[in-house]
Design a protein around this ligand. Structure first.
Ligand SMILES: *Cc1c(COP(=O)(O)O)cnc(C)c1O
Length: 459
């Protein structure tokens, strides 16, 4: 399987090169040259465990790692999860909840980043290579990326976060990690400042090459691939003959794009429902064809407070019939004008239906599900459940509905208290963090300061 760029100007490359490269040199995102059809394999996949299924599904996209090595990578990645099923399904009657938060940092990003960490370790080991990862986070990605590579000898990781603007728990999940290869940079600026410093470092090719800079953000294809697995898993478990609908809370479009790939592989998925919070650029797009950047709203589902979704470009590529130049035009126009559009007919053939869910609806959904089932949704998951209830009302469902649970509620205790007063969302692993020493470096929001730190402390 070769990987090509969504903008069509990069020579095809092998899987492991695509993972180490991150973003394609032409500015596009790497995608498989073709999406394998797995429909003939589904019957024999039905009874596999999550780890067995992951090896099979990923093996369809990877031909430069021997199957027994891939199996080892996957086993090591999911050995850190604290549930025997890795991704258990919870039956709430009209809805099945797929819990993806049983990894080390209690958010679904562990599914992809535990795998990516093991994959980096394997590939760098084979090549005697080293990698310095530079990341920027507004919350969940930083801790999951750190947990993926902590203690690995061939990788350093430096994560920038905006000082005072990540939740205290999210900060502790990063800064209490004691491994010497982990560097937490508390930046005196906004998340956008952190992201701009990161983007300029990656765009500076001599700097990137000299320091073997690697990326763990959601443009890395390995993250999408790891997420495809749980859609296959849930569809096989819940399908009663007519397929399964899924509802996905969305920010960067990574999670729902994985569902889109699984569906194109012939996995029995029907409708893909997309829920955004008040940052509704994606729901506007799927309802009108217009993709227009707005101001970022801060909400109770902060991991979805995103206006420009990086993985959206991969969807466009397939929507435009794998036409790289057309994608490049769209992205160019959007970069210049902050707006671009596609003919609505293109979307009529797509399985995605979208809606935006506001704070009041999110809180009401947490309260209703708690009252009916005694089950506490985190605010991100609640956006997806609310979108499902709106777009496919429980009494009119044609197929089983799987809602994707992206975080443990204890990560967002304030929102839970607001929705269901008296309910204290806790997790022993988070409680334990409060007694642990923090390790971080405070830096001004300048390229010079961050680069000087990297030169002094990384490979
Ligand atoms: C990152 C994140 C999301 C959004 O996922 P995307 O792939 O960016 O759409 C939703 N919920 C939680 C808890 C997250 O951490």
């Amino acid at each position: 399987m070769r990987y090509v760029s969504t903008r069509g100007q990069t020579p095809p490359m092998a899987f492991q090169d695509a993972i180490i490269t991150g973003l394609a040199p032409d500015g596009g995102l790497l995608v498989p040259a073709s999406i394998p059809d797995v429909s003939a394999k589904l019957p024999e996949w039905r009874d596999l465990t999550f780890v067995e299924l992951a090896s099979e599904v990923m093996g369809c996209f990877i031909d430069d790692i021997p199957p027994e090595d891939l199996r080892g990578i996957v086993e090591r990645a999911y050995a850190t999860f604290d549930h025997p099923d890795v991704a258990p399904l919870i039956d709430l009657g009209e809805t099945q909840v797929l819990e993806l938060f049983h990894g080390p940092t209690l958010a679904f990003k562990d599914i992809a980043l535990q795998f990516l960490g093991q994959l980096f370790d394997y590939t760098l080991g084979q090549r005697s290579g080293r990698l310095n990862i530079l990341g920027a986070t507004s919350g969940d990605t930083g801790s999951a990326a750190i947990a993926g590579v902590q203690g690995k000898g061939n990788v350093n990781i430096a994560v920038m976060f905006p000082r005072g603007r990540v939740s205290p728990l999210q900060q502790l999940q990063m800064t209490t990690i004691a491994d010497a290869n982990v560097h937490c940079l508390s930046i005196d600026g906004s998340f956008d400042d952190c992201q701009s410093i990161m983007k300029r470092a990656f765009a500076d090719v001599p700097f990137k090459t000299q320091h073997n800079l690697g990326a763990v953000n959601s443009v890395n294809w390995a993250r999408v691939l790891a997420q495809v697995v749980y859609y296959v898993y849930a569809a096989l478990k819940c399908d009663e003959g007519d397929g399964v609908d899924v509802s996905v809370p969305t920010g960067n479009f990574g999670n729902i794009f994985a569902a889109y790939v699984a569906r194109r592989m012939g996995v029995p998925l029907g409708r893909l429902l997309l829920g955004t919070n008040e940052n509704n650029i994606l729901s506007e797009f799927f309802n009108s064809g217009d993709y227009t950047r707005g101001a970022v709203h801060h909400t109770i589902s902060p991991s979805m407070d995103i206006q420009v979704a990086s993985n959206f470009e991969r969807f466009l590529y397939f929507g435009f019939g794998e036409d790289g130049p057309q994608v490049a035009n769209f992205m160019e126009q959007f970069a210049q004008a902050g707006t671009a559009s596609v003919p609505i007919e293109i979307l009529a053939n797509e399985p995605i239906t979208a809606t935006a869910i506001n704070t009041e609806q999110t809180l009401a959904t947490i309260a209703r599900v708690h009252q009916m089932h005694g089950y506490v949704l985190d605010p991100h998951t609640a956006v997806g459940v609310a979108a499902a209830d709106l777009l496919a009302p429980p009494t009119a469902r044609e197929r089983p509905m799987v809602c994707i649970a992206t975080a443990h509620p204890a990560k967002f205790p304030d929102a839970i208290r607001q929705a269901v007063p008296g309910v204290d969302a806790r997790h022993p692993r988070l409680d334990a963090l409060k007694a642990m020493p923090e390790r971080l470096v405070e830096l001004p929001a300048t390229d010079a300061a961050v680069r000087a730190y990297m030169e002094a402390h990384l490979f």
